[in-house]
Design a protein around this ligand. Structure first.
Ligand code: PGA
Length: 255
């Protein structure tokens, strides 16, 4: 971890949480962050859209960051069921997760679409957390590097910089399965992502861009993963639904 890159621990709540989650999980995190000692990491939660308003009220004056899990590429219009970057911004979001593998699979999201969505996020001054990662089959066939490189090159928005994008490397086969690549494999992919960003934007920007690892991150493996040279934090699914585990993962980032 470079000292120039402050670790970010992001919680992807996915389709979990009702209004009482606001009193529980979000409140616990707000209290810990704002009443405790200054932290050496940034903490972000991405709850479902239905909770963005109540949680946004809580986080407005807090250090806890708020993000959406998706946004549409258009600013507004006839897109039933969708949410725009501007709507996320209005609710207090600073970040949005884009191109998560569940959306790439369930909603056939392509790199081109992820790029367009990222551009709409940047237009509203949201930081786009762009997710990439290979499937199990691609992993077994040794295709990880090529797949991830192509996803990066084709999904990165115009005008990308260290301040407006974050890349999350999430092997599809590691999400929610309890499986993770070896630390050596994670470091190799992250180094490749940084090199690819260097070619696509600039070496200076790539050195400052935060790269998150995601896929079965939990307190028992986070020390090792967060200690890797090119890992600057985590995108956490299941374990982000427990305040204790999410906080433990954040605390495991090197100081
Ligand atoms: P997981 O999910 O931590 O439950 O594996 C990660 C993600 O999907 O972002």
């Amino acid at each position: 971890m470079s000292f120039e890159r402050r670790p970010l621990i992001a919680g992807n709540w996915k389709m979990n949480g009702l209004i009482n989650s606001v009193d529980n999980l979000a409140c616990i995190l707000v209290k810990k962050l704002d009443l405790g000692k200054p932290t050496h990491f940034d903490l972000l939660i991405c709850p479902p859209s239905t909770l963005l308003h109540p949680i946004g009220v809580l986080t407005e004056k807090s250090n806890l960051l708020l993000g959406g899990q998706n946004c549409h590429m258009a600013k507004h219009g006839a897109h039933t069921g969708e949410i725009s970057a501007e709507m996320l911004k209005e609710l207090g979001c600073s970040h949005v997760i884009l191109g998560h593998s569940e959306r790439r699979t369930d909603f056939y999201e392509t790199n081109k679409l992820v790029k367009a969505k990222s551009e709409s996020a940047l237009a509203e001054n949201l930081t786009a957390i762009i997710c990439v990662g290979e499937t199990e089959e691609e992993y077994k066939r040794g295709l990880t590097g090529g797949v991830v490189k192509k996803q990066i090159l084709d999904s990165i928005p115009e005008g990308a910089s260290a301040t407006n994008i974050i890349i999350a490397y999430e092997p599809v086969w590691a999400i929610g399965t309890g499986l993770t690549p070896t630390t050596q494999e994670v470091q190799e992919v992250h180094a490749l992502i940084r090199k690819t960003l260097g070619e696509k934007i600039s070496i200076e920007e790539s050195e400052r861009t935060r790269l998150l690892y995601g896929g079965s991150v939990k307190p028992s493996n986070s020390v090792e993963l967060m200690g890797l040279a090119d890992v600057d934090g985590a995108l956490v699914g299941g374990a982000s639904l427990s305040g204790v585990d999410f906080w433990a993962i954040a605390e495991s980032c090197p100081k």
